[in-house]
Ligand binder design. Structure first.
Ligand code: HEM
Length: 527
């Protein structure tokens, strides 16, 4: 097995937190050596166990508290350490140091996941895959929390809890676990025309990858790059697997799920153990800020791609995964990604889905990881040292010295000061914001079918047949005929023969749809 290079700052940092129990004497958490790990303390050898038995109490209490809540979405995951190497400088577009110094290697931790299933569900579900990367840069952690599909179901964060409630097991009976084939999911989808592009991806072979190392990764939203002069470009992020994109067919997925539900987890683990390191090319699509309105879709709309024919992907770096975690819980389970973790040179756009995500991740991690100090958990620590006046809270690990924890102060005594931009201090892009305060969807978000069509038409004939069969299978599980009919009505806006074929197999007719979704203007004409 090839050993990863020893220059990985993050691995060195983690090493200082590692413990080995090899050949050690068993102790309590207080360091007391234990001389009998077989029997509890009793009043007589057949008598009741004594409350006094602090060794038994400690062991059982800790066991009782071993579980933390699983992630509310993306609960099932697999992770690995690795390195990101920059091959071509992006200094013209961004001042982010890890993207400007050619040859620079940045440690990363990557977590792949399914979205809907629980922690113990199968890897082979028809589902979106999470593709989340934590770059431990010298300027702080940068998280790219993406998926293996370049678009999303919804355009506005307001709909996320509804989407997830529809896709998760139904609340009355908790069925089904990991498949999307059920009434609530398709009911919601049938009422949300904006999901149609994503549905084409979800019903395609892309939703059942052959392995994590054979799937693409996408940042989904448009982000912004800001260069040294303050000039901005829109940027879309891509990861392209060196092994190419491969999927399994649905019947294969069914069988594998029965035999080895850990198929993807095992593949990732074993390939890294055997020195076959998964690799991706990292690429960007760049659009000058002043070209924002040049496209027939809105760059802020997360249900749209930027076609690669119009804006080619420039490959600038390599992502390599070369080390398995030492401990699944400590690393893969406790890692906390957040699209709001950025570094100077990268900024957000006004994509209304992204804006909502910026709130959600810390909020959920506060409960999932037990309070405000989860950034101190080893896997989440920045390799850049952390200095601020935040203090206290559950599970505080740092021991900041001195009596001052506020700013400004005249006492000094170890208090950190804000950094100038020239010292690497982060400043948000200065951008003009104006407009009436409205709770509305932009009209520029209204075309829900052109790119769904584009995707369907890009499929080869066998791929189209797989997609049709997926729809037929999924919709045949829907028990309410009106829902089946509405989905087929949506499909008719994408491809009439697709709608027709599916309708025939699931026993409904293709009817002209009126838009049932209030957010869609009545005069929109998708045909
Ligand atoms: C995980 C919320 C959209 C990718 C999560 C988690 C939450 C969440 C609460 C669990 C985090 C944790 O417990 O650590 C949301 C909300 C969204 C949204 C509110 C929309 C408003 C998206 C989109 C993507 C995405 C569009 C892809 C671009 C992921 C990934 C994870 C995740 C990859 C798993 C991270 C990991 O491996 O720990 N999301 N999400 N999410 N989300 Fe989102």
């Amino acid at each position: 097995m090839k050993a990863p290079k020893k220059t990985n700052k993050k691995l060195d940092q983690l090493e200082s937190h590692s413990t080995s129990n090899d050949q050690e004497k068993l102790t309590t958490n207080q360091g007391l050596k234990i001389n009998n790990n077989q029997d509890s303390l009793k009043a007589g050898d057949r008598g009741p166990t004594l409350l006094e038995d602090f060794i038994l109490r400690e062991k059982i209490t800790h066991f009782d508290h071993e579980r933390i809540p699983e992630r509310v979405v993306h609960a099932r995951g697999s992770g690995a350490h690795g390195v990101f190497k920059l091959n071509k400088s992006l200094a013209k577009y961004t001042k982010a140091k890890f993207l400007t110094e050619v040859g620079k290697e940045t440690p990363v931790f990557v977590r792949f996941s399914t979205v809907a299933g629980n922690r113990g569900s199968t890897d082979l579900a028809r589902d979106v895959r999470g593709f989340a990367i934590k770059f431990y840069t010298d300027e702080g952690n940068y998280d790219l929390v993406g998926n293996n599909m370049p678009v999303f179901f919804i355009q506005d964060a307001m709909k996320f809890p509804d989407l997830v409630h529809a896709v998760k097991p139904e609340p009355h009976n908790e069925i089904p676990q990991a498949a999307s084939a059920h009434d609530t999911f398709w009911d919601f989808i049938s009422l949300m025309p904006e999901s149609m592009h994503m549905i084409m991806w979800l019903m395609s072979d892309r939703a059942i990858p052959r392995s994590f190392s054979r799937m693409e990764g996408f940042g989904v939203h448009s982000f912004k790059f800001i260069n040294d002069e303050g000039k901005a470009h829109f940027v879309k992020f891509h990861f392209k697997p060196k092994l190419g994109v491969h999927s399994v067919a649905w019947d294969e997925a069914q069988r594998i799920s029965g035999v080895d539900p850990d198929f993807h987890k095992r593949d990732l683990w074993e390939s890294i153990e055997n020195g076959i390191f998964p690799e991706w090319d990292f690429g960007v699509q760049l659009i000058p800020e002043e070209d924002e309105d040049k496209y027939d879709f809105d760059l802020l709309d997360p249900t749209k791609i930027v076609p690669e024919e119009e804006v080619p992907v420039q490959l600038v770096g390599t992502l390599t995964l070369n080390k398995n975690p030492e401990n699944f819980f400590a690393e893969t389970e406790q890692v906390a990604f957040h699209p709001g973790h950025i570094v100077p040179g990268i900024d957000f756009t006004n994509d209304p889905l992204l804006q909502g995500r910026l709130f959600s991740y810390t909020d959920t991690q506060l409960i999932r990881l037990g309070g405000p100090n989860f950034h101190e958990i080893p896997i989440n620590r920045s390799v850049n040292t952390v200095h601020n006046n935040q203090r206290d809270g559950y599970m505080r690990q740092q021991i900041p010295k001195g009596k001052v924890s506020y700013e400004p102060n005249s006492i000094g005594g170890g208090c950190p000061f804000q950094a100038m931009m020239s010292e690497g201090g982060f400043a948000s892009q200065e951008a003009r914001v104006s407009g009436a305060k409205v709770r509305e969807r932009s009209r520029s978000f209204v075309d829900h079918y052109s790119q769904a069509k584009l995707f369907y038409n890009s499929q080869s004939t066998p791929e189209k047949i797989h997609l049709q069969n997926a729809l037929i299978f999924e919709l045949s599980k829907v028990t309410i005929p009106a829902i089946r009919e509405r989905v087929v009505g949506q499909l008719a806006f994408i491809d009439k023969s697709l709608a027709w074929r599916v309708a025939e197999k699931i026993g409904v007719t293709v009817k002209e749809l009126e838009f049932p979704n209030q957010s869609i203007p009545a005069d929109a004409n998708p045909a």
